[in-house]
Design a protein around this ligand. Structure first.
Ligand SMILES: O=C[C@H](O)COP(=O)(O)O
Length: 248
C-alpha cells in the first residue's frame, strides 16, 4: 500500500492577510502533498492564491448550520475552498473541553461536507510519565472514529501534548512504537486494507533539524507542523525533507 506523504501546517491563531506571501517561498514538490490550515479568516484567500498547496480548516461545528454564534460549519469551510479539517486538536480539547464523542460528531460533519478529517490524538505529560500512552491513544481512537472511516476521508495525527510547542520530541523508538500501535489498532477495527491505507502523521516540535530523522521512522507518513509552518524557510525545509523521504 502506497501512502502519499503529507506535510501539513497548522497556523493555529496566527496569520494575517500579509502573511499569505509566505506561500510564495515554499518549494514545489511532486511526490509529497502539502497542506496548510490557516485561521478560518484566511481560508478563502489562501485557496484562491495557490493551487499547489491544499487548504484546510482547524475545527468545525458538528451541525450543518444554525444558531451557533461564532462557530463555523464544515460546509462553510468547504465553500471557502478547504479540502481538509483538523479535528480534536489537543488545544481544542484543552481550551474548549472537547470530548471524543464531540470530535466523532465533528468528523461525521466533515465527511458530510466532503472534507477529509485530520484526527489529532495524543497523551499528556502526566499520562506519558505514567506509561499510559498506548491506553490513552486506544481510547481516543475508539471514541473519536466513526464507522465508515477510510483512507480517503481520514488522516490520524499523533501529537504528544507535552511535545507541542515545547521543543521536546519523543525518541525515534517511541515514535516508531506508537505509529506501529496506531496502525495495528486501525487494522484491527477497519480491516487490513483500510488500516494500511490511512496516513499517520507525527506532530509536536517538528523542525527543519529533526524532520528527516522523524520521516525515516516506519509508519510515519508525514507531519502536522505548528510553529515551523508559519515561515516559508522552515516549512520549506520540512517539505523538502519529506519529499526526499518519499523518493527514498
Ligand atoms: O498542530 C500542530 C501541533 O500542535 C504541533 O505544534 P508545534 O509544531 O508548534 O509543536
Amino acid at each position: 500500500m502506497t501512502r502519499r506523504k503529507l506535510a501539513a501546517g497548522n497556523w493555529k491563531m496566527n496569520g494575517l492577510n500579509a502573511d499569505l506571501t509566505e506561500l510564495e517561498g515554499l518549494p514545489s514538490v511532486s511526490r509529497a502533498e502539502v497542506l496548510i490550515c490557516p485561521p478560518a479568516t484566511l481560508i478563502e484567500r489562501m485557496a484562491r492564491k495557490t493551487s499547489s498547496v491544499s487548504v484546510g480548516g482547524q475545527d468545525c461545528h458538528p451541525a450543518r448550520s444554525g444558531a451557533h454564534t461564532g462557530d463555523v460549519s464544515a460546509r462553510m469551510l468547504a465553500d471557502a475552498g478547504a479540502t481538509h479539517v483538523i479535528l480534536g486538536h489537543s488545544e481544542r480539547r484543552q481550551d474548549h473541553g472537547e470530548t471524543d464523542a464531540l470530535v466523532r460528531s465533528k468528523i461525521k460533519a466533515a465527511w458530510n461536507a466532503d472534507l477529509r478529517a485530520i484526527l489529532c490524538i495524543g497523551e499528556t505529560e502526566g499520562q506519558y510519565k505514567a506509561g499510559e500512552t498506548l491506553e490513552v491513544l486506544r481510547g481516543q481512537l475508539a471514541g473519536s472514529l466513526p464507522d465508515g472511516t477510510s483512507p480517503d476521508n481520514l488522516i490520524v495525527a499523533y501529537e504528544p501534548v507535552w511535545a507541542i510547542g515545547t521543543g521536546l520530541v519523543p525518541t525515534m523508538a517511541e515514535i516508531r512504537d506508537v505509529h506501529a500501535f496506531l496502525r495495528a489498532e486501525l487494522t484491527a477495527r477497519f480491516g487490513a486494507d483500510t488500516g494500511d491505507g490511512i496516513r499517520l502523521l507525527y506532530g509536536g516540535s517538528v523542525k527543519p533539524g529533526n524532520a528527516a530523522e522523524i520521516f525515516a521512522v516506519p509508519d510515519v507518513d508525514g507531519a502536522l507542523v505548528g510553529g515551523a509552518s508559519l515561515k516559508a524557510d522552515d516549512f520549506g525545509e520540512i517539505i523538502k525533507a519529506l519529499e526526499a523521504a518519499a523518493a527514498a
